[in-house]
Each structure stands twice: as structure tokens, then as C-alpha cells.
Design a protein around this ligand. Structure first.
Ligand code: PFF
Length: 457
């Protein structure tokens, strides 16, 4: 089991106790609001099936190799994300990969905690029965009322930060992970149920066509960059989370196979979320390009059409909140492990300071739909800026640097040795191909997509 509580900070570095534990924890980081909130809203805003196709390609050609490399370096060094490079390449500036990662972790948490705040607020709205409705005007108004209210936006975000802080400080993250592990299959089943209900709505087929029939004219360089950014965000790669999780991996764990399983399961959850949402979007006449509100305005409408819909909706948002918790714990693991292992702070100190800083930065994201709605940089509110800057710049940059480090500094021999577990796995051919992809294909692809998407040429 991973150690995250303050009481064991001085103990020797521990790891995951079983192969299933490794898979579940890594999946716990990958699956979260990215699947249930971000994937549907980006797919809706970027034209549907074409975006989905590019996202799948980016996940396979870029996401998977980067994930494997990142876990491998983490397991080899067994340190935090900055310490990994101080160990593997002492006296060089490669540790900056870890530094960028800490920055990305802060910026992601700043807006992620606000989306988690909306989810938490919806748990209570569902309990009070005030959000359930199949009238688009009503569900949109309920969401707007929440995000346009500065006090509610801030207080729910603080509630999220306090909850996460409590989990970390009480040292119960192991317990939470165990619970998450047991509840994830429930989320999966509930998504299937909602998906079936959504598919049976009159007019649902338009949603399926939107999701699965690509319209290639909608694919621009900006869309490609967004899809690639989503692939990074989804798999929690490019910012040191998988370096840190890799450091807890067992030496006999088959890294490529584990990464492949995590990627497949993660994609499956996203697809289920898409199937739960898009048929309903079209059946009820919502705008697929509604943006970050899509989940919150569509899901209540689907539940309104189901027996015991109110109860199901409470369960849905509780499970979503739990999935978000697993992801947030993994994001926080990056700054907390760097602060405690680099600066020698206790985990409690590192946690409190990180969360206080987050309450400050996070407020600018929380208030982006109310008092700070007109405060924009590069034409974006802070919420949108943190989101775009991390997914479209920082994570891909981290990905390029990880690939370059592995391909050109680490080299093919150590790569093959680390990923075959010292020759005990018979995967030499696969690793030779994977090395070439990591050395050339992934970094070049990321670079081209990034520069083109940002309008550099
Ligand atoms: N992968 C998570 C999700 O899709 O919700 C978000 C995330 C977790 C991003 C951890 C980055 C990270 F390091």
C-alpha cells in the first residue's frame, strides 16, 4: 500500500502491496472528473466523433508511451518527481521536469477543486431534490445560479480542500483508496444504467451519430491540440504524478501491461460517460457545445426520466465525488512529496502549506464565473486559463522532456532492462519498438501538434 500519512514519513519508502493494488491506485488517479466532466464537454465543444478519433490516436501514440516511460523512471529512481532526476542525472537541469510538474499540479488543482466543488454542491442539490428536471431551462438555471454566486463557489471549493486535507492529515488516504477501489465498479454500473436510459430516449440516435460518425471538416489544429491535451490530462501524465506513483510500484510489476490496462479501462469509462450524456443532449435539445456546464445540465434531465431518479442522482454525484477524490489525492501527491522529500518538511506541514496556497490560487478559478468574470488573460478567465495552460502547454512539455530524457539520456539498454524487469519478461521486440517511438515519434508528434495548435506556424 502507498504511504501517504504523516505518521510514516520517516519510515523507509514503501510500495504497493499487490499487483491489483498497483492497478487500482493508478486507475484511481486516471479516472476522475476528466472522464465524467471534461471528456464529454470537450467532445461536445469540438465537434464530436472527429475529436474522439484524434483523442484515441493521441492516447495510443503519445499517452501510452509517455505513461510507460514515466512509471519506469519513477520505479527506477524511487523518489519524488524532482528527486527522480537528481538521482538519475545528477548535476543536470533535467530535474526541471519535476519543477514544471509541481507548477502544473497547483494549476490543475486550482480549477479541478472548483469542478469537484460543483459536484459536491450537486450531491446536496440532489438530496434536496432541487436540481432534478427534464426542462433544459430549469437545469441550466440551477447550474448558473450556483456558479454565478461568488460565496457558494468559494465555500464549496473550501469544503473540497478541507475534505482532501482531512483525508491526507488523518492519514486515512489508504482507507479512502480501499473504499474507492470498491466503489469504482459501482460507478461503472451506474454509468451503464444511465447510458441505457439515455439510449432509450426518443431522438437518442442523433447523439450516437454525433459521438461516432466523424465529420472531418471540424478537425482543426486547435482541436488536435485540445484532444492531445485531454490524453495527457486523462492519463495523469507529463507532470510527475506517474513518476511518483511509479516510485511505489513493485519491481516485478509488468509496467507496459499495467499501463495498457489502465489506459483501456480509463477509455471505457469515458466512452460510457459519453454514451450516458450525448443521446440525452440531443433528445432534450441541449447544445452539445455548452462547455463546462454540459454534465451538470444534462444528467439531471436524464435522471428526471427514470424511476427513483432523485435517488440515482444522489448516488451518481457521490460516486463522481469519490472518483474526483482519488484523482485529487494523486495530484497533491506531487507537491507534497517534493516538499517533504526535498525540503525535509513533515508531510503534515507540506499538506497544509499546499492547501493554503491552493485556497489562494483556487479562488481566482472559483470566482471566474462571478466577480472575476471580466478578469481575463489571453482572452480567458483564470479557470479557462489554468485548464488550457496545463493541458495544452505544461503537460505536453513535460511529455516531450520525459521522452527526450528517456530516448537520448537514459538510452535503449537501460530502457529494455527496466521494462523487462531485468530480462525476466519476454518482451524484447516490443521494447525495441517502444523505444523508437519514445525517442522519435512521440516527442516529434507532441512538438508539432503543440506548435501548430498554438499557432506558431
Ligand atoms: N486524470 C484525472 C482525471 O481525468 O480526472 C486528472 C488528473 C489526475 C490529472 C492527476 C493530472 C494528474 F496528475
Amino acid at each position: 500500500m502507498r504511504q501517504t500519512d504523516a505518521s510514516v514519513a520517516a519510515a523507509p519508502r514503501d510500495g504497493f502491496s499487490s499487483s491489483f493494488g498497483v492497478l487500482a491506485a493508478t486507475l484511481g488517479s486516471a479516472v476522475g472528473l476528466g472522464n465524467i466532466w471534461k471528456f464529454p464537454y470537450l467532445t461536445g465543444a469540438n465537434g464530436g466523433a472527429g475529436f474522439l478519433l484524434v483523442y484515441l490516436l493521441a492516447t495510443l501514440l503519445i499517452g501510452l508511451p509517455v505513461m510507460i516511460t514515466e512509471i519506469m523512471l519513477g520505479r527506477t529512481a524511487k523518489a519524488d518527481s524532482v528527486g527522480t532526476f537528481k538521482k538519475l542525472a545528477p548535476g543536470t537541469p533535467w530535474w526541471l521536469i519535476g519543477g514544471f510538474g509541481v507548477l502544473a499540479a497547483f494549476l490543475i488543482m486550482a480549477f479541478y477543486s472548483e469542478v469537484a466543488a460543483w459536484v459536491l454542491a450537486y450531491v446536496f442539490k440532489s438530496l434536496a431534490g432541487s436540481a432534478l428536471s427534464s426542462d433544459p431551462a430549469h437545469t441550466s438555471a440551477a447550474f448558473d445560479q450556483l456558479i454565478h454566486d461568488p460565496l457558494q463557489s468559494l465555500l464549496w471549493q473550501w469544503a473540497v480542500l478541507v475534505l482532501i486535507g482531512g483525508i491526507l492529515l488523518l492519514g486515512v488516504s489508504k482507507g479512502i483508496e480501499a473504499v474507492t477501489k470498491k466503489l469504482m465498479p459501482l460507478l461503472f454500473i451506474l454509468l451503464v444504467v444511465v447510458g441505457v436510459r439515455s439510449l432509450l430516449l426518443p431522438g437518442a440516435d442523433a447523439g450516437l451519430r454525433f459521438l461516432f460518425q466523424p465529420d472531418f471538416s471540424k478537425i482543426s489544429s486547435g482541436v488536435v491540440l485540445t484532444a492531445m491535451g485531454l490524453a495527457f490530462f486523462k492519463l495523469s501524465i507529463g507532470m510527475g504524478t506517474m513518476l511518483t506513483y511509479g516510485s511505489y510500484f513493485r519491481d516485478d510489476q509488468n509496467i507496459p501491461a499495467t499501463a495498457l490496462r489502465v489506459m483501456s479501462a480509463d477509455l471505457l469509462v469515458s466512452m460510457l460517460a459519453g454514451i450516458a450524456i450525448f443521446p440525452a443532449v440531443f433528445a432534450f435539445g441541449f447544445a452539445p457545445a455548452a462547455g463546462p456546464s454540459l454534465l451538470f445540465i444534462t444528467i439531471p434531465a436524464v435522471f428526471a426520466q427514470m424511476p427513483f431518479g432523485g435517488l440515482f442522482m444522489v448516488v451518481f454525484f457521490v460516486l463522481t465525488a469519490i472518483a474526483a477524490t482519488g484523482a485529487m489525492l494523486s495530484i497533491l501527491e506531487v507537491p507534497v512529496s517534493v516538499l517533504s522529500e526535498r525540503l525535509g518538511w513533515s508531510r503534515a506541514q507540506a499538506t497544509v502549506c499546499t492547501l493554503l496556497a491552493l485556497a489562494l490560487i483556487g479562488a481566482s478559478a472559483a470566482l471566474s464565473n462571478s466577480v472575476l468574470a471580466d478578469f481575463k488573460w489571453f482572452g480567458m478567465t483564470m479557470f479557462d486559463l489554468f485548464d488550457a495552460l496545463t493541458s495544452n502547454v505544461l503537460l505536453p512539455l513535460g511529455g516531450i522532456l520525459l521522452c527526450l530524457f528517456t530516448g537520448w539520456v537514459w538510452g535503449p539498454r537501460r530502457f529494455a532492462d527496466a521494462l523487462s524487469n531485468g530480462g525476466t519478461l519476454a518482451n524484447r521486440r516490443l521494447l525495441a519498438a517502444l523505444f523508437l517511438v519514445t525517442r522519435w515519434v512521440s516527442p516529434l508528434l507532441i512538438l508539432v501538434v503543440m506548435l501548430k495548435g498554438l499557432g506558431a506556424f
